[in-house]
Design a protein around this ligand. Sequence first.
Ligand code: BTN
Length: 255
Amino acid sequence: NNTFSRLYLRQNLIVLEEVTSTNDYLKELLSNIKPLPEATAIMAIHQVAGKGQRGNSWFSKPAETLNLSFSLHPKDFFIHQSFNLNMLVCLGIQRWLSTLLPNAQIKWPNDIYVGGKKLCGVLIENQLSGPRIHSSVIGIGVNIKQHAFPIAIQHKATSLYIEKPEVPLQSLEDYALSLLLAIMTLYENTDLNDTQQLLTAYNSCLFRKGVPAYYEIAGDTLLGILQGVDSNGKLRILFDGQERLFDLKEVSFKQ
Ligand code: BTN
């Protein structure tokens, strides 16, 4: 129940002034403190070595971005189901944002886009024990207070402030707590093994679904229509009336 979750989470949010990466910090805590309370969360005002997907860096100026990581120990959860947790986290973020930004969508596999620009990224790192996921470190970066982005990326990045300058900003800590509450409420009320239920919700707010757009595939730029994501987490795109499936790295979205 919500009241309990709020109290529980308030006790377990650690706020750091500066850190390399909140994901790395939390992974270290997980290996040193056993058991670490469920949903222990770390946020940092500044990350000096923030990590993004596919080995990229995640840069942000101090106090502009919400840099948040938290840990989960899902029960009976296997590596081949890891996309389910990814879907759940994206849905939790999308729901958290939806009162302020009803046009927030999920860009496959795990970004949040608003008006065609990235507002938020997710990096989930799983610790395995055999075929099971023993623990997950879920890292979320949300652009909150930026008034503008460098010219090189301003066509593809946005922030809560840029989207809603008229709404007074809260503290990063308050955003962290409400975001954790939204994700944990969904987590506590969702069966992580129910791929179909998660997939239906995920596909219903998928960026570019049903919209003709350009994709880069093996060096070619092709016009296609995104159909959705399948139960293995692959992207289904229609090219010339024929559906093709794509894994990460096999396709990129052209602006
Ligand atoms: C991406 O879009 O490539 C993913 C970005 C994930 C950034 C967050 S910020 C908090 C957590 N700590 C990290 O080092 N990365 C994630």
